[in-house]
Design a protein around this ligand. Structure first.
Ligand code: ADP
Ligand code: ZN
Ligand code: ZN
Length: 828
């Protein structure tokens, strides 16, 4: 053996890669599926890398040889390169990337089978393989194995069966394999066989049909051009004979189609492409003209018909037998969206999200590996699905934070990975949003993305006017309620006018800022321009938060100060911790407006499976007048009867301890406001705030997205915040409070030294170490260090070498966990 391979062993309870020798003459590549000896067993594995030299601590005699190569290039080259890129960019081992990408037990669940090799000139029935004298030269076991295989009608048995029925089967098999008389392969399990059902497809209409026949065609047309045969027979009260007549006339075709196991949805009526608006037509022309890789930013105001553009961009790609991947931030929150896709494309859709069982995830993989063109809608991890012949990727609500994984590693951003995938598979990527992320906007400004815009709502409805209410004035005028007078007035009218309203509350998460009720002043870090936060030690016990010392801290740089007794700006004593939950709002609403029927829509009321859909459905049916909710309201609600949106306080968002606070505020407020006035009735938005003069509030009110983006980008530039620079967050945690604090300090000093010594690293700057805002989660004490670097002149990031990262990890003792988050989104 002169080369070795590192193999990821796919076996429960086994962690890590193991080294095996490559027998002379074998060609092995990363990504090959192999069989390896492991303890007493033979198990499946994936080759991670080929190495020319054995690590010094390994004795060559101890290293066992590979058992067998099961499949070359199981993953396409492009797919394997994608995994490697993720591993490199996010400083994560390939093993961890594979764990994220692959369903667990992919190999283990597959069945290993042995079959007699069919020679091209010999059909299987004509006894291929060795002649009798040739066979006689083999060992008795090999002969026995051969005869056993011959007995199978398909000349094909599972390896397990052969092992049970043939002594010393391993060596016997090696013999037959070496002579190339048999081959071994992996077959996915036969359980959950896909179901085949008879489907009816509309082919063409004709003038010479009876009214009855025409009726049936109209039905199929309404179902989007195809439907299940038994459903049609029932709905149209017709017979198979009638259908066959229509088939003979060439109007329909009757075919077998695979029915997939899908999340059950409510029945959706058929749906046809809508005539394009001029803006949609322009966007679609440009999209259809694309052949290779490209990133498109589709910027359309809320209700401008982006989803319709997706649907019409997808149809021709599916028609060309290409696969399409649609990524959404969260499936449960967007039942309307998946319903629309299903209404248009029927059962060709696979849904993929993290709540699927391992078995369902595995199923999806299997369908995709079978190579049929598919349309998949999924959340961020779906970016790793092995779609074959990928023709288009769509990433909806591209600004959404849900695309970023905080833990476990790799802390990838699905948008970034989707962009690489589009390059490697040479297909376009559409990033859609009403409020694009500044990262993507910046890319389009730099010519790296094509900017397409849908500036108006589909039926020309105006965007609802936004009234900004100064809560400081309400306070001064003696209104201590959480509802301003304007909002009270509007809520009072809802019942009378048979209209519905949404009340939006920003969910504070775990961070709290401090602001003045009289003047709106917010306590900020003097060094980092992010708001200071209460340092909560005990996340699980928010009730005792008020007993903790009133210390404010910047969790970027660790600056800290006590809460002053009075507002530094105006001297008012009403300097208070901020926030109000849905529960409190709901109670207040009941108190003031007992006649309004309400639905609470937050993480508490939607925990149950299907609860999102159920509550949205109730609301859509008019079973309530007001929906009170958090961020969830920003997504997926497209209801014409919603005429009022009330935003209780915008300030919770503005003061998130995060350099992206302004961007997020703009996004969330614009998205919530956009839920209003989608129907014929004009909408109304009431936005309450203690900072009406804040530039973000002003920009939201005027719908000045471009101005906002320019201003915000300009303000980030001097501080090298993204997209001008890169951030890497090192998160440290430990059960031992002192250990993690010491390690954070050691690591900080180590980094300081390294950056000082090596000029190639000099752009990196260290912020912290500082305790995390949430100082302790699940018994673990948390600290963090933020690394910041401007981009290089060629706009690329200053990458840290794997060797550097390895040494960095060594600074951490075993009982302190280190996670590396590249381009972090969550700083808590
Ligand atoms: P967005 O995704 O930008 O919010 P949608 O695609 O959901 O917009 O469109 C908003 C509404 O307008 C939906 O109810 C949709 O069915 C409808 N719509 C979209 N495009 C058209 C069109 N070309 N003609 C008629 N109605 C349309
Ligand atoms: Zn004040
Ligand atoms: Zn600071």
């Amino acid at each position: 053996m002169t080369t070795w391979v590192n193999v990821l062993v796919d076996c429960p309870g086994v962690d890590g890669a193991f080294t095996y020798g490559v027998p002379l003459g074998w060609a092995v590549q990363p990504g090959d599926l192999v069989q390896v000896p492991f303890g007493q067993n033979q198990v499946g594995g994936i080759v991670l890398s080929v190495v020319a030299e054995l690590p010094e601590d390994l004795d060559p005699d101890q290293v066992r040889p590979l058992g067998e190569i099961l499949s070359h290039r199981f993953f396409s080259l492009a797919y394997w390169q994608l995994l490697e890129r993720v591993s490199h960019y996010y400083y994560t081992s390939l093993i961890q990337v594979l764990r994220t990408a692959l369903p667990p037990g992919l190999l283990q669940r597959s069945q290993r089978r042995i079959k007699i090799k069919a020679l091209p000139s010999q059909p299987l029935s004509s006894k291929p393989g060795p002649t009798a004298p040739e066979l006689a030269q083999c060992s008795p076991q090999a002969q026995r194995l051969w005869h056993l295989l011959q007995q199978s009608p398909e000349k094909d048995y599972s390896w397990r069966y052969l092992q049970q029925h043939c002594p010393k089967s391993q060596t016997a098999l090696q013999e037959l394999l070496q002579k190339s008389w048999v081959e071994s392969y992996l077959r996915p399990p036969l359980v959950n066989q896909p179901k085949w059902r008879q489907a009816v497809i509309l082919v063409q209409e004709r003038g010479d049909l009876t009214p009855r026949q025409q009726e049936i065609l109209t039905y199929v047309k309404q179902k989007g051009g195809e439907c299940w045969q038994n459903v049609l027979l029932k709905d149209c009260k017709t017979t198979l004979g009638t259908l066959k007549t229509l088939a003979t006339k060439g109007c329909i075709s009757l075919i077998q189609r695979q029915q997939l196991r899908l999340e059950q949805g409510i029945a959706t009526p058929g749906d046809r492409p809508k005539p394009q608006t001029p803006d949609q037509a322009r966007a679609l022309d440009q999209i259809q003209a694309l052949t290779g890789t490209a990133t498109i930013l589709l910027h359309g105001v809320t209700g401008s018909g982006k989803t319709e553009v997706y649907l019409q961009a997808i149809a021709p790609r599916l028609g060309q037998q290409q696969s399409v991947l649609v990524l959404v931030p969260e499936i449960g929150l967007t039942p309307q969206l998946t319903d629309r896709f299903r209404a248009r494309f029927g059962d060709r859709i696979l849904i993929y999200h993290s709540a699927l069982s391992d078995g369902e995830r595995y199923d999806t993989w299997r369908y995709l590996l079978m190579g049929e063109a598919r349309l998949v809608i999924g959340t961020r991890s779906a970016v790793f699905l092995p779609l074959q012949n990928l023709g288009l990727i769509i990433l909806d609500e591209e600004h959404d934070g849900g695309y970023k994984q905080d833990q476990p590693a790799p802390c990838y951003h699905a948008r970034t990975v989707a962009q690489w995938r589009s390059q490697l598979e040479n297909c376009p990527l559409i990033l859609g949003s009403a409020t694009p992320s500044l990262d993507t906007w910046h890319q389009s400004q730099a010519g790296q993305a094509i900017y397409l815009s849908l500036p108006e709502r589909v039926h020309g409805q105006p965007l609802p006017p936004i009234e900004v209410i100064d809560m400081r004035q309400e306070f001064a005028q003696g209104n201590r309620s959480i509802f301003s007078k304007a909002l009270q007035g509007a809520l009072g009218q809802l019942g009378e006018k048979q209209e519905q309203g949404l009340l939006f509350i920003h969910r504070r998460g775990h961070s709290t800022f401090v602001s003045c009720r009289s003047c709106g002043y917010v306590m900020d870090c003097p060094y980092c321009s992010v708001s200071l936060t209460y340092h909560l030690e005990q996340l699980d016990q928010p009730a005792i938060a008020h007993q903790l010392p009133h210390q404010l801290r910047c969790h970027y740089c660790n600056f800290s100060q006590a809460v002053p007794p009075a507002c530094p700006a105006c001297g008012s004593p009403y300097l208070k911790q901020f926030g109000s939950g849905t529960q409190r709002v709901s109670a207040e609403l009941t108190k003031h407006f007992p006649h309004l029927r309400q639905i609470r829509f937050d993480s508490d009321t939607t925990r149950k499976k299907g609860a999102h859909r159920e509550l949205l459905h109730q609301f859509a049916q008019g079973e309530a007048d007001v929906m009170v909710g958090t961020q969830m309201l920003t997504k997926g609600i497209d209801l014409p009867q919603v005429s009022l949106v009330g935003i209780l306080t915008a300030d919770g968002l503005l003061n998130l301890p995060d350099y992206r606070a302004s961007e997020r505020t703009f996004q969330v407020l614009t998205q919530v406001a956009g839920r209003s006035g989608r129907g014929e009735r004009p909408g109304r938005v009431i936005l309450q705030t203690y900072a009406p003069e804040h530039p973000v509030i002003q920009a939201v009110q005027q719908y000045q997205w471009h101005e906002f983006a320019e201003q915000e980008l300009a303000s980030r530039q001097p501080l090298d915040y993204p997209p001008w620079g890169q951030l890497i967050l090192l998160r440290l945690s430990s059960l031992n409070e002192n250990r993690v604090a010491e390690t954070a300090k050691d690591l900080g000093e180590w980094l300081q030294n390294q950056f000082a010594q090596d000029t190639s690293l000099s752009p990196w700057q260290i912020l912290g170490p500082a305790p995390a805002t949430v100082g302790k989660i699940a018994q673990r004490y948390r600290w963090q260090i933020l690394l910041k670097s401007p981009l290089r002149d060629d706009k690329t990031t200053v990458h840290l070498e794997p060797e550097f990262i390895a040494r960095l990890r060594q600074v951490c003792p075993k009982d302190v966990r280190l996670s590396i988050d590249v381009e972090p989104q969550n700083f808590l």
